[in-house]
Structure formats: structure tokens, C-alpha cells
Design a protein around this ligand. Structure first.
Ligand code: F6P
Length: 376
């Protein structure tokens, strides 16, 4: 992947090819590389040029992070986790921390600079792959005149405008396999094993992996929990046998009348990082039940590894659809799965609502039928 220079013949003022840029922002998710490949191949098929911006928008702001993407550079990447372009979930260009001459840090809006940098590089349109934060940035850049098409990505599956995001299926698969492995220790030692899963403000990963991994209790942000109820549920299970239990907690769950658990030093608010819930729930359950308890955090293992076939296909479909949308000139939109089709929805609408687990939905109902407690 070589850096294009303004002297390339393709930069000729009067006769140059349509130049499409692609970037990945926010936390990585399995399937990002599949989207990149589909965007590049679809665009090359139309005779366009494609460039990748490294590390979100940083590559553009620092001036040295634009790479040409050709067929060879996207060969053999569909099955790879992560992103060949790199990503960041810090350094929002709309609120960029800029160091001042006196050493202090000032928050500045660099969006106009970004739009100008796209123009200077003769970039005609951008496919921005990201979660709600990155899509919000894309929407703001679109409002400032940048032709943008968004591609939704997040393992959390929390975007209301799309039926599902790629990365979620892989995260659930990884979490389920991890829970499967916990059963042996739980059973052998007659322990309660508490496992904390990702998902930020929603409980999709915890719910799906908890049900498929045969959890006894699942605690999710959508319904505050009462640990006394969970403890009673587990005591009854121990009486009936088998004498062990699996408790799945979504990192963003909170007790009735209480607060969420944040990482030490984290300030509450948008972008807050969760942490510590499994430990807290584990200790309290041990006190309430008297049963030996251990806790663990699955963490970033949920974001890593090869995307499942389902996520690969969804990611490839999103990448291909995004180029169709660019070709139609339908800018300011995001591609979204509206089964059985992939459609384009306005970016503003796409980032408006968080998709939460419905406590009246059939997966929660299935869980309750299976005897799983939500502590509510
Ligand atoms: O949004 C994806 C996600 O993995 C969340 O589930 C999690 O809360 C967060 O990102 C972790 O972010 P970081 O990688 O910055 O720790």
C-alpha cells in the first residue's frame, strides 16, 4: 500500500477517476476487513480509485496516513479480525484535544480542516465504517458538505436503525464458547461462576450468550436487578441440584436503585468505560448464598478473532451496498439491514436511537421459560 502523491497522473485536474476513501472508527469488530474488501472490490469494478485513511481520521489530520487500496491490498483479509486500516475510539475530530504552547490542552473542532483535507486530496466521497460515535462524526462531516456514506459496526448490536450489526454474532459465539468452558469448573467445585460480558448500555451479548450458554441468571442494563432474588434463585437450584451456577452479567447492568460499575478513574457520562461488575456481583452473591464464587471478565476476547460466516457475509453485503449508495449519490446515509434487504437510511436517523433489549421480546421470554432469572 503506497502513499499516493499529488503528482500521480490520476490527479490530473480535468481527467481523473472518481476517488473513494474508506476509514474505520471506534472499537474494532470482527468483519471490518470484510467491509473494506467489499468496498474496494466494488469500487474498483466501477473503475474508481480507493484510498484508506489510517486510524479513523487521524491519518488525514496528521497528513501521512492515506494509503492506496488496490486488489492486492485487500486480498485474503475477509476472514481476519481487526482492521488493516487501524482504528481509534479517542480523538473525536469534533472535540479534538490539542496541546497549546503553554502545555495545556484545549478541545478544538477540527471538522472544517477535515473537510478541506478531503478536498485537497481530491477525495470525492467517504465510506465511514463505525459505531454510534463514529457515525455521529460522519453525520456532522456530512452536514459540513462532505459526501459520506456510513456503515454500521459494533459488537454491542445497539444501533436501532439496523436489525443487526456485524461483529455481534462473532462476539456471541466467543462468549458462548467461554461460558461452555466455565460449566466444568463450576460443576467440579460446586461454585457460582460470574462472567462479565461487553455491550455498553445494552444487554444483547449477555442475553444471547447467557441463553445459549445455559446460564442460571443473566443481569442486563434493560432491567435493574435485585441480587437477593438472584441469590434465592440459586439457593433453590443448589437444593434441587446440580449444585453449581453460571451468572452472566452485562457490563452496563445495575442494581435496583443503584449505579453502574465504572472502571477506576472513569468519569460518568457519554463514552464512560464500564468495569468491575462481575467482581462486585460475585462478592455479594457469595455473602448472600454462602456458596463459593469466582468471577471473571471476558473483555476484549469478544472483539477479537475471525468473524463468523454470518458476520463476514453481513459485512461484505454492507460494503457492497455502501458503494451502490455512493454511486447513486445518496450521501448522508448509512446502510442498514432491514431483512431480507440492505437499505440506506439517513445518518441522522440512524444515530438517533439506541436499540435496547425488549423485556417483552421472545428471547427474554424463552430465557424465563428455561428458568433463567433476570433478578427483576
Ligand atoms: O463498543 C464496543 C465495546 O467493546 C463495548 O462493548 C465496551 O464497553 C467498549 O467497547 C470497550 O472499549 P475499550 O476498547 O475502549 O476498552
Amino acid at each position: 500500500m503506497a502513499e499516493p502523491t499529488p503528482n500521480d497522473s490520476t490527479y490530473s485536474r480535468f481527467q481523473r477517476r472518481f476517488r473513494l476513501a474508506v476509514n474505520t472508527g471506534g472499537g474494532d469488530a470482527p468483519g471490518l476487513n470484510a467491509v473494506i474488501r467489499a468496498v474496494v472490490m466494488s469500487a474498483l469494478n466501477l473503475g474508481w480509485e480507493v484510498v484508506g485513511i489510517r486510524q479513523g481520521y487521524d491519518g488525514l489530520l496528521n497528513g501521512d496516513g492515506i494509503v492506496t487500496l488496490d486488489e492486492a491490498s485487500v486480498q485474503g483479509i475477509t476472514h481476519l479480525g481487526g482492521t488493516i486500516l487501524g482504528t481509534t475510539n479517542r480523538g473525536n475530530p469534533l472535540r479534538y484535544p490539542e496541546e497549546q504552547p503553554d502545555g495545556s490542552v484545549k478541545i478544538v473542532d477540527r471538522s472544517d480542516e477535515i473537510v478541506q483535507a478531503f478536498r485537497d486530496r481530491h477525495i470525492d466521497a467517504l465510506v465511514a465504517i463505525g459505531g454510534d460515535g463514529s457515525l455521529h462524526i460522519a453525520s456532522q462531516l456530512s452536514a459540513r458538505g462532505l459526501p459520506v456514506v456510513g456503515v454500521p459496526k459494533t459488537i454491542d448490536n445497539d444501533l436501532a436503525a439496523t436489525a443487526v450489526t456485524f461483529g455481534f454474532h462473532t462476539a456471541v459465539q466467543t462468549a458462548t464458547e467461554a461460558i461452555d468452558k466455565l460449566h466444568s469448573t463450576a460443576q467440579s467445585h460446586e461454585r457460582i461462576m460470574v462472567v462479565e460480558l461487553m455491550g455498553r448500555h445494552t444487554g444483547w451479548i449477555a442475553l444471547f450468550a447467557g441463553v445459549t450458554g445455559t446460564a442460571d441468571a443473566i443481569l442486563i442494563p434493560e432491567t435493574p436487578y435485585d441480587l437477593k432474588k438472584v441469590a434465592e434463585h440459586l439457593r433453590r437450584k443448589y437444593q434441587r441440584g446440580p449444585r453449581y451456577a453460571i451468572v452472566v452479567v452485562a457490563e452496563g447492568a445495575k442494581p435496583k436503585g443503584g449505579e453502574v460499575s465504572l472502571r477506576p478513574g472513569e468519569t460518568p457520562g457519554n463514552g464512560q468505560r464500564y468495569g468491575g461488575l462481575a467482581e462486585r456481583v460475585g462478592q455479594e452473591l457469595e455473602e448472600l448464598t454462602g456458596f463459593q464464587t469466582r468471577s471473571l471478565v471476558l473483555g476484549h476476547l469478544q472483539r477479537g478473532g475471525q468473524p463468523t460466516a454470518y458476520d463476514r457475509l453481513l459485512a461484505l453485503r454492507f460494503g457492497s451496498a455502501a458503494v451502490d449508495v455512493v454511486e447513486r449519490g445518496d450521501f448522508g446515509c448509512m446502510v442498514a439491514l432491514d431483512p431480507p434487504d440492505v437499505k440506506a437510511v439517513p445518518l441522522e436517523e440512524a444515530i438517533r436511537d439506541l436499540k435496547r433489549v425488549s423485556m417483552d421480546g421472545d428471547v427474554v421470554r424463552t430465557a424465563r421459560h428455561l428458568g433463567i432469572s433476570f433478578g427483576d
